[in-house]
Ligand binder design. Structure first.
Ligand code: UGA
Length: 444
């Protein structure tokens, strides 16, 4: 099927390339000429494992192309995916300007009846609103609007698309449902569950999935704090509860709090949506609070632990200290620093008087541009050299596999604060480190 993908950001590019891989003919459209030029020249604007291979393959076999010409793309297809950004507005709501503008442009360009598939994460009611905008700006043609949320994780997006847990779409016509089934027919063979719902249910499934996952992360972080306070071990606790199939083992890794472009934005948007529907969600409101309190609490914990280790003034321990922050991206296998722990922790340390050098294999440049006064590097040794303490924020393999026996000599003081629980407290203690992790008793 010939499909136009409006918006060639993270979701649009991955979805477009994957739809091309399963046999469709995709035109990815973006108004950003520089991005389209780069893609036409074979460059991928984001770091996403496996993406370059399928983009190259799609371009070579003629299934994938890139353009800035929305009108031409709309004229040449019957199905248009909307994957434009829905960033967080200053009041916490989703800013739907890009969705609405795209709908107006599609209506202006339409040369026949079209189906619009909304991939962007949007509040309940948006698909109907898109339908109204289309109808208002083009009374000549018929438009079917469909909701088709994505469940792609950054860093695993290609495999998440190719091996989905489920496919969800919401439609309000049997014609639209039949077209959606045709688009995803490739997955029939692998028996991927297809959930067909109303527009509203499909829109809400996306928000509830992210909110539930965010709640799991916030929950395990609170349990880690409780383990610290009681001498229990959060790693064992996660295994102990995760083996209950009603709970599940995934998303029970304590960390510096959830970040990224989705959970923080979507949880907040859901609380507002719920308030406006006069059905407030106290649970999700608490998750949002819990996550922001967690990172602030960790900021204090780092300073207190360092002061103890260095035996310095508890009030101003960071003055003139050099801190190596390992991992600047919000999680491993991405170059994305949106709502990353590094964007909170590094400025906090700098404000307290420390000089901070951040290491990240992919996100160093972005973090260097976004965080004032941080020095960044893509070389671990450069970050560790002369550091008075090391703060681990991202679970990159390169960070997991550090040989601390060897790297210890680079440090000014053997102090490691591991906010991803990557190393064993016993091994770190044996190597002579003063080591702090989350919710695990300190080894002597
Ligand atoms: C998330 C969802 O997992 C995807 O299903 C969804 O499609 C996507 O949002 C979206 O809405 O577009 P993503 O933001 O890429 O994907 O990242 P996750 O892997 O879900 O991680 C989110 C945050 O939770 C990260 O900061 C991560 O470090 C943290 N996390 C996750 C933990 O701290 N512990 C865990 O056990 C799991």
């Amino acid at each position: 099927m010939k499909i136009a993908m409006i918006g060639t950001g993270y979701v649009g590019l991955v979805t477009g390339a994957c739809l091309a891989k399963i046999g469709h003919e995709i035109i990815c459209v973006d108004q950003d000429q520089t991005k389209i030029n780069a893609l036409c020249g074979g460059a991928i604007p984001i770091f996403e494992p496996g993406l370059k291979e399928i983009v190259d393959q799609g371009v070579q076999n003629g299934h994938l192309s890139f353009s800035t010409d929305l009108t031409q793309a709309v004229e040449s297809v019957d199905v248009i995916f909307l994957a434009v950004g829905t960033p967080q507005a200053s009041d916490g709501r989703s800013d739907l300007t890009q969705v609405e503008n795209a709908a107006k442009q599609i209506a202006k360009a339409a040369n026949g009846d079209k189906m619009i598939v909304v991939k962007s994460t949007v509040p309940v009611g948006t698909c109907r609103r898109v339908g109204r905008i289309l109808g208002k700006h083009d009374i000549e043609h018929a438009f079917h609007v469909t909701s088709n949320p994505e469940f792609l994780r950054e860093g695993d997006a290609v495999s998440d698309f190719m091996q989905p847990d489920r496919i969800v779409f919401g439609t309000n016509s049997t014609d639209a449902e039949a077209i959606m089934c045709e688009i995803y027919a490739h997955f029939e063979a692998t028996k991927v569950p297809v959930i067909k719902t109303s527009l509203e249910t499909s829109e809400l499934i996306k928000y509830s999935a992210n909110a539930f996952l965010a709640a799991k992360v916030a929950f395990i972080n609170e349990m880690a704090n409780l383990c610290d306070a009681t001498g229990a071990n959060v790693d064992d606790l996660a295994v102990g509860i995760g083996l209950d199939s009603r709970i599940g083992a995934a998303f029970l890794k304590p960390g510096p709090g959830y970040g990224g472009s989705c959970f923080p934005k979507d949880t907040l948007a859901l609380t507002i949506l719920a308030q406006e529907a006069d059905s407030p969600s106290r649970i999700i409101e608490s998750v949002v609070d819990s996550n922001s309190n967690h990172i602030r609490r960790l900021g204090r914990k780092i300073a207190d632990f360092c002061a103890d280790c260095w035996q310095t003034d508890k009030k101003h321990p960071m003055i003139d200290k050099r801190i190596a922050v390992l991992g600047l991206a919000f999680k491993a296998n991405t170059d994305d620093i949106r709502s990353a722990a590094s964007t909170v922790i590094a400025p906090l340390l700098i404000k307290q008087g420390a000089s901070v050098i951040g290491f990240d294999p992919e996100a160093a440049a972005a973090a260097g541009a976004a965080i004032d006064h941080i020095e960044t590097t893509t070389k671990i040794d450069e970050a560790l050299s002369g550091a008075d303490a090391v703060v681990v924020l991202t679970e990159w393999d390169a960070i997991k596999m550090i040989n601390w026996a060897e790297k210890k000599t680079l440090l000014n003081a053997p102090v490691v604060i591991d906010l991803r629980n990557l190393y064993s407290p016993e091994s770190m203690a044996k190597l002579g480190f003063q080591y702090l992790s989350l919710g695990r008793p300190t080894a002597e």
